[in-house]
Design a protein around this ligand. Sequence first.
Ligand code: FES
Length: 141
Amino acid sequence: MNRRNFIRSGCTFCAGAIGAGFIVSTMCSCASLPIYKGTTEQNKISIPLSNFKDSKILIVRNNQMEFDILLVKNSETDVNALLMKCSHQDNQLTATKNGLFCSAHGSSFDLQGNVTKEPAMSPLSKFRTEINNQIITVFLK
Ligand code: FES
């Protein structure tokens, strides 16, 4: 499933769930999460810490990458960068404030990238990060 189809199916799911009267705050919070559209330079993306605003998570989107990256701010000096690609069969994940969810077969992951629900068996891929002068650098290789 490519990104465009995923977004279309994800939004269709949310709209359907809301129409059916389900409480979907955790599954549909993707729309309310901040998104930073960064550019890559020499296999790195730089993101000002100020983009987190009131949230401890931030989605980083880049046209050169097939999958988004979820940044999780553990502290002012510690940020995790998780590839939003399901470790089961490579589906784009949906991020929420509580973790990540895969719409393909129902796997879920915590904000550290650990599996919380199978069928996925492996944690999410992580990128090395560095914080200097209020700028987070994500090293893509
Ligand atoms: S691809 Fe994500 S659970 Fe199967």
